[in-house]
Design a protein around this ligand. Sequence first.
Ligand SMILES: *[C@@H]1O[C@H](CO)[C@@H](O)[C@H](O)[C@H]1NC(C)=O
Length: 315
Amino acid sequence: MRWRSSCGSPSPLLLLLLSFLTLLVGRETVSGFRICSYNVEKLNMEKASNYKLVNTLARVVFRCDICLLQDVVDPDGKVEKKLLSTINRFGNYVYKSVSSKGLGRSAGDKRNFVFLYRTETVTVVDKHQYETKPPTFAREPLAVQFQSRTTLIKDFILVPVHTDPPHAVQEIDRLYDVFQKVSEKWKNKNVMFLGDFQAACAHMTRINKKKIRLFTNSNFTWLIGDKVDTTVSEDTNCAYDRIVVHGKSFLKAVVPMSAKVFDFKKEMYLTKSKQVRDLSDHYPVEVELRAKSSALLLKATPFLILLMAFVQFFL
Ligand SMILES: *[C@@H]1O[C@H](CO)[C@@H](O)[C@H](O)[C@H]1NC(C)=O
């Protein structure tokens, strides 16, 4: 404050008020809480032992408060351990995981859902392995109830999806039954479905939508649209990977326009397409939830800026 020294130093109280207000308005620009989903295409120990691959994957996961991986081949849990240790080497945040057992119709086709989450921002309250006899999904969802201290909506349920392509339409429709089951169980309708729905191209057409309750029931909002391409190949243009939320209050807690494909070749300045393709034939998708403070602050921001200008004027 050299420029003020001739007129005496400003009141410490005013300075304190000013820095407090700057902090308050500044917080508004802090990005929300990011939830990601990535079909990592048969992520087995061989892939997870590849230093370059697992490091690229760690950089993708590290941006997310919660990252759901699908298609993990991990009968003894070694892949999950390897992933956690690699991600946690990045410092700053500590990640933990919650995962399903191997799910699939035949012994050679078992795949795990693995949720990786930041312990600084979110905790796991409960989990529920959805099961029916006979099974209605190739890989029955492991629903997880999360609680976050930083988001506008504190408690929410994530339901992972990884459909079997020939039965994609039926399986997507049956997610409604999963919604009913878990929302009743936990008395919470803030449910998000995420993962590889195979909800495009040959596996789901526009006609099929009429038979899918997640489309016919207007309480569900599909955040990743039909025209989005979630595949890596230049030859395909399919919105396989999706994020769907239930209810108005959950929708309001989502940052508008934040649901998108994460093109990490571009965003992480990778030079070769191979670095993306070697990891998976899918791109990750993601969405942001609003931070707790943002709703109130959005309304208060014009007032705070005015107040700051006022305070600065008198300093
Ligand atoms: C949509 O949600 C509201 C509030 O939970 C509920 O009353 C209504 O029945 C739902 N509509 C449908 C079509 O399920």
